[in-house]
Design a protein around this ligand. Structure first.
Ligand SMILES: CC(C)=CCC/C(C)=C/CC/C(C)=C/COP(=O)(O)OP(=O)(O)O
Ligand SMILES: [Mg+2]
Ligand SMILES: [Mg+2]
Ligand SMILES: [Mg+2]
Length: 559
């Protein structure tokens, strides 16, 4: 067999057609291997935690509904409940309390409140969907100069609360735009002078504010760093720890199930060029909803998102343009007979994809909700076409205009197909109306897609540019508006910030759909911050994702 030198790579010249040059990426291997396969769920442990939660849960319910509790104390209690991820256990009681307190809201009452208490109240109302006016913060500005009053610079706890409050702002709340920048700069300048829990709390928020965090992890960090706040009511800390351990057992079982499924499907053998990231994708989907009732939903959505990793890496890091065209056509046809037309190496994937969706459609048809599977499938076909468009641009070296790039980019953000796939296992809450709302491509979903697309581009465009990929948001923006790379990135970051305001707005009452249906969209945006705030945390998962997976699935909480 003669070896010939062509364009710098040694190619084995065989008597058949030469193996094409492939855009291999040599992705870093899995961090975890088979680590999560060996877990064994101890059901009695699960039941034990569930039983132990009953008493502190009822204690807490009594506290939340206690009519004699002073309103700021009540709001502070609800805030801790929310940060501990326990709101869903008391949602009716909490909404009844907040309906009443919000009705009684009077700006005057806020003039004498210290900044920290004011911030807590503001966050509770905004997190639970009540649009308390940002005017409550007017008092921290000097009415003449319009600048922030000097004395708040020494109020660290107050600035911490204001910084967290500012992440909940919507468009037009300029005092909170300024407050976010002002408090972040101030807190960064003094964090090294702090000690104890306050130092930990400030570092935690500066690393990632609660609102942009992953709820399950934020809950875990809260009872570590805010133990005084959690100790105001003994039942609060007790329930938080029992609840965390209960969920951890259930989630480790889910992670085992999807890890076993992935191994049985032999993707690492049939498509070895892909990123091996099962725990990372499970963590991503856990970020959408951690409630026990969504266990099956998490397993379904994780499998479909893993299919997306195979698809994206096949288009980006292995297939030739001809193969991509054939595979996209086969996915559009969605018919097992099309398997003949696609390359050998991707046939196992195609068969598993069609079988999995057929099984889901059959299962959901029993509940009369097969259309949620069809919506997910159509979105899957859509993203394959979107990935093909990117591949055609790269193949021809075409640099799309920014508007053209974004039209396709919202699709390749994958947040349409993932959010619809998240609905499949959620049960009867996914009504016809709910699905119709998702199908209407609402502003909140578009905002989450934009954040996914552009934050990823800002963090991966160099890597992708080096690999000859002509389509990224950064290069499209530079070309269309004739600005420098730095200006382009700054503009994209402003677009991301505005998209966050649109999501915040979309979660305020009156909502178009229930918060249960908005939460996956909000949390998908949060997971982009978790994965891409500092680097490409998915391709290189050794930092934040490794830390979060360790925190959630490796150690349990001592009671
Ligand atoms: C785009 C994005 C962050 C999607 C998040 C949702 C998600 C988990 C999609 C599955 C495919 C994937 C892991 C893309 C991110 O990597 P990449 O940088 O290779 O994606 P790209 O090829 O679209 O840039
Ligand atoms: Mg990719
Ligand atoms: Mg891609
Ligand atoms: Mg990318």
């Amino acid at each position: 067999m003669a070896a010939v030198e062509t364009n710098g790579t040694i190619q084995a010249k065989t008597n058949t057609t030469a193996e094409p040059v492939r855009p291999l990426a040599n992705f870093p291997p899995s961090v975890w291997g088979d680590r999560f396969l060996s877990f064994t769920l101890d059901n009695s442990g699960l039941e034990g935690y569930a039983r132990a939660m009953e008493e502190p849960k009822e204690d807490l319910r009594r506290l939340i509904t206690d009519a004699t509790m002073e309103s700021n104390k009540k709001l502070s209690l609800i805030y801790s409940v929310h940060r501990l991820g326990l709101t869903y256990l008391f949602l009716q009681e909490i909404e009844a309390q907040l309906d009443k307190l919000f009705k009684e809201f009077n700006l005057q009452d806020y003039v004498d409140l210290d900044l920290y208490t004011l911030s807590i109240n503001f966050q509770v109302f905004r997190h639970l969907g009540y649009k308390i006016p940002c005017d409550v913060f007017n008092k921290i500005k000097d009415s003449n100069s319009g600048t922030f009053k000097e004395d708040i610079s020494t109020d660290v706890k107050g600035m911490l609360g204001l910084y967290e409050s500012a992440q909940l702002r919507v468009r037009g709340e300029s005092i909170l735009d300024e407050a976010s920048a002002f408090t972040e700069a101030k807190l960064k300048s003094l964090v090294n002078t702090l000690e104890g829990n306050l130092a930990k709390q400030v570092m935690q928020s500066l690393r990632r504010p609660f609102h942009q965090g992953m709820p399950m992890v934020e809950a875990r960090l809260y009872f570590s760093n805010y133990d005084e706040d959690c100790s105001t009511h003994e039942s609060l800390l007790k329930l938080a720890k029992l609840h965390f351990n209960y969920l951890e057992l259930q989630q480790k079982e889910e992670l085992r199930i999807v890890s076993k499924w992935w191994k049985d499907m032999r993707f690492q053998e049939t498509t070895p060029y892909i990123r091996d990231r099962v725990p990372e994708i499970y963590l991503w989907i856990l970020g959408l909803y951690f409630e026990p009732r969504y266990s099956l939903a998490r397993i379904i959505a994780t499998k479909i998102t893993l299919f997306l990793v195979v698809l994206d890496d096949t288009y980006d890091a292995y297939a030739t343009i001809e193969e991509i065209r054939l595979l996209t056509d086969a996915i559009n046809r969605w018919d097992m007979s099309a398997i003949e037309q696609i390359p050998e190496y991707i046939r196992p994937f195609y068969k598993i994809l069609l079988d999995e969706y057929a099984e889901l459609e059959k299962q959901l048809a029993i509940e009369g909700r097969a259309n949620s599977v069809i919506a997910s499938k159509e979105a899957f076909q859509d993203i394959a076409r979107g990935y093909l468009e990117e591949a055609e641009w790269t193949n021809s070296g075409y640099v799309a205009s920014f508007p053209e790039y974004m039209k396709n980019g919202l699709i390749t953000s994958a947040y349409n197909v993932i959010s619809k796939s998240a609905l499949v296992g959620m049960g009867e809450i996914v009504s016809e109306n709910a699905l119709a709302w998702y199908e209407s491509h609402p502003k909140t979903l578009q905002a989450s897609e934009l954040i996914s697309r552009l934050q990823d581009d800002v963090m991966t465009y160099q890597f992708e540019r080096e690999r000859g990929q002509s389509a990224t948001g950064v290069d499209a923006y530079i070309k269309t508006y004739g600005v420098s790379e730095k200006e382009a990135i700054d503009e994209l970051k402003i677009m991301i910030e505005n998209a966050w305001k649109d999501i915040n707005e979309g979660c305020l009452k009156p909502r178009e759909v229930s918060m249960d249906l908005l939460a996956p969209i909000l949390n998908l945006a949060r997971m982009i911050d978790v994965v891409y705030r500092y680097d490409d945390g998915f391709t290189f998962p050794g930092k934040t994702m490794k830390e979060y997976i360790t925190l959630l699935f490796v150690g349990s909480v001592s009671m």
